[in-house]
Write a protein that binds this ligand. Structure first.
Ligand SMILES: NC(=O)c1ccc[n+]([C@@H]2O[C@H](COP(=O)([O-])OP(=O)(O)OC[C@H]3O[C@@H](n4cnc5c(N)ncnc54)[C@H](O)[C@@H]3O)[C@@H](O)[C@H]2O)c1
Length: 341
């Protein structure tokens, strides 16, 4: 294996631009960008020019056939992930894929089967699991197990502005696969599942809120605008999750509160208190926080180079995909007549 992994990037939108490429360039002793493909060639040309690296492929096939590339980094919208993962494997490439990994559990089962033959490394980039704040939280849980007592309730919120997008990639269901439930849900549910070690579910109930019609020039919005989920895990931990896309409101809530019998902790703020103390404190850590994108690419490098176990295995990813899929198929849908978001 080469010491420096050669990367081909599919999907040259905001996320590749703001996070993946700057990370690969920082980690230049581990990664080299070979080239870009985007359905919109201007985007690929823009990134090549901006960062002065790599080439632009005219077709997806020419990227897959490039023998120089070791790893495909999939940053296209979710609907395309499945086919692009399958083609990467068939062309003997390792794969990193942005969340949500795929839309359907059946697709992921097919990938798992296909990879029995190809034996490539595949990682869904559930970056919340690799955030330094998550590592600090888990170490606080471990060190204060007795003081905190039993974990009873987890309350997660992801009420965010509609992401800036290219070609309605987050708000047109045909491209995104869904709204905040799949977009933000894959972050929060992915993290909770990882912290609780993918627990069995005893009961779950969910609601989805949809707008009747939103009409604006060049803006397609045919996804849910909010979702509510309540899960009782078999270990008796209750999980509440609320997510929405807001258009006008200046709201940006992305947090999880963990309630224990004798204490409370919030993530990613890392504030806590114990039942008998009045003051909310912040977990004291000496670490300068590193970027989650650097952490995740360092992790993937170790998976390939040193055969390290991935933080999110394909079976773990299947749990998350299945959970979100079940929410969409079983949720009660409420139509909201109010036309503004
Ligand atoms: N981990 C995170 O925090 C995080 C944050 C934002 C986005 N994401 C994920 O990254 C992915 C991309 O999001 P984004 O914010 O960059 O979106 P974006 O709208 O900014 O860009 C999407 C890009 O994909 C291109 N594209 C569309 N269809 C394509 C296809 N079939 N093949 C190749 N390219 C295609 C578009 O032309 C566009 O350039 C999504 O899966 C999203 O969920 C993750």
């Amino acid at each position: 294996m080469r010491n420096i992994l050669n990367i081909g990037i599919i999907g040259c939108g905001k996320h590749a631009d703001n996070f993946h490429i700057p990370s690969f360039l920082r980690l230049k002793n581990k990664y080299r960008i070979i080239g870009f493909y985007d359905l919109n060639k201007n985007r690929a040309n823009y990134l090549k020019k901006k960062y002065k690296v790599g080439k632009v492929y005219r077709s997806l096939n020419s990227l897959f056939k490039d023998k120089l590339i070791d790893v495909i980094d999939i940053c296209s919208p979710p609907t395309f992930h499945y086919n692009q993962i399958v083609k990467s494997l068939k062309n003997n490439k390792h794969v990193m894929v942005e969340k949500p990994m795929v839309l359907k559990s059946l697709e992921l089962k097919k990938i798992i089967n296909l990879n029995l033959k190809h034996k490539k490394k595949i990682l869904c980039l559930q970056q919340q699991n690799l955030r330094d704040e998550t590592k600090i939280l888990l170490s606080f849980f471990r060190k204060n197990k007795k003081k905190l007592g039993k974990l009873i309730l987890i309350d997660g919120k992801a009420n965010v502005k509609i992401p800036k997008q290219i070609g309605n990639s987050f708000t047109n269901k045909k491209i995104s696969g869904g709204g905040p439930l799949i977009d933000q849900g894959s972050h929060i549910l992915g993290l909770i599942a990882n912290i609780l070690k993918y627990p069995k579910i005893r009961k779950m109930k969910s609601f989805i809120l949809k707008k009747k019609k939103i009409k604006k020039k060049n803006f397609i919005f045919n996804i849910e605008h909010a979702a509510y989920l309540n899960i009782l895990f078999k270990n008796n931990i209750n999980f509440l999750f609320e997510t929405s896309y807001c258009y006008q409101k200046k709201i940006n809530e992305f947090l999880i509160n963990f309630y224990f019998k004798k204490g409370f902790i919030s993530w990613p703020k890392l504030e806590y208190n114990f039942i008998n103390s009045k003051k909310i404190k912040k977990i004291n850590h000496k670490l300068p926080l590193k970027l989650a994108s650097d952490n995740q690419f360092n992790h993937f490098y170790e998976i390939i180079k040193y055969n390290k176990k991935p933080i999110t295995s394909l079976i773990n990813s299947l749990y998350i995909v299945r959970l979100i899929e079940t929410c969409y198929s079983r949720s009660k849908i409420i139509v909201d007549e109010n036309k503004s978001l």
